[in-house]
Design a protein around this ligand. Sequence first.
Ligand code: CTP
Length: 398
Amino acid sequence: MLDGKRIVLGVTGGIAAYKAVELCRLFVRAGAEVRTVMTAAAKEFVAPLTFQSISRNPVFSSLFAGVERYDHVHIALAEWADLFVIAPATANCLGKIAAGIADDLLTTAVMAARCPVLLAPAMNSAMYENPVTQGNLQKLQALGYRFAGPEEGELSCGETGRGRLAAVELIFEQARALLAAEKLLAGLNVLVTAGPTREPLDPVRYLTNHSSGRMGYALAAAAARFGARVVLVSGPTSLARPWGVRVVDVTTAREMREAVLPEFEKCQIAVKAAAVADYRPGSESGTKIKKSGELTLHLVKNPDILEELGKLKGERFLAGFAAETEDVRENALDKMRRKNLDLIVANDLTEPGAGFNVETNICRLLFRDGTELPLPKMSKDLVAETILREIAKRYRKQ
Ligand code: CTP
């Protein structure tokens, strides 16, 4: 099942460390090669010899011992691995990774890792619920770290609550799924746009919309996971930068156009998820507009970037979004034709759980060839993976 796959198993200092022995055994039995990294605290719970015997590999724990001559051990481990799994991951370990602290071999190696990292947290429920821990988990999730658990149940301290290490079988399954993730977009340049644009009115005010940028960021992160070289042209958002993605920050629609055009030339696939403002103030006041009676704004049209890309498309695969509040399908199909797209992702903004500023989306994928794929309500991450999988299938066939 995992023949030839290379897994670094990180074990940190929690009671659940003994369960990592079973996880190690499952990996080895499935054909993977496992190198275990233990923190100093982990070695208080389980002897390194246990992991060494099961993995038939030496166990690493010191930053200052070379794997092979001239190798830096943390870099060597990071380059070697197809997957990092940290089980159990204590609150301390998660906090350090989230904060960019690398003060032992495990945290240093994780920082150098380019492969997927699966974290299986385990801790007391009060520690898990602590807003600091929750903040760290959210940050790590936004950065593309994957999680298995924790589960709810009886904890070693006698309490019952969330914080138990996920079942080792579940961690194993998630690791397997991550290792199986196809490099569907390997060798391709993918351009993604995301977020709103801001159209200034005066030095303190601007026109914008409710886009959070989440859908575009999820697309960029998923494209990177699928092996593409990704550039994300982003309007202003408060999101963490996706791992492994080059980000170009812009503010206005015109800046977005300037940034997108040269990147479009270099890409094979472009997905325009940005909510570009269709209009901007006709003139920007150099000084703050003072109030006095009624104010009428004169708006002028912004360039339609997607329409322009449609004209330059060539062999590229071009996808756009249509956020609608009525006649969703018809409006989206019309946009696809008008803008010369291969795919339009339509969402109905009136449905709860779809569109702007929510974690989920409900989309219908409409392809140039007439295929339609309605998707149920899913997380934006999953929507992103589904969209890219469909694009990859069609692009590779072209
Ligand atoms: N888009 C763009 N440039 C614009 C406006 C929109 O590139 N100035 C792109 C968006 O990134 C999205 C798609 O076009 O992928 C749909 O945008 P939307 O504004 O919904 O479409 P419009 O054609 O402007 O239609 P309408 O505003 O009438 O709904």
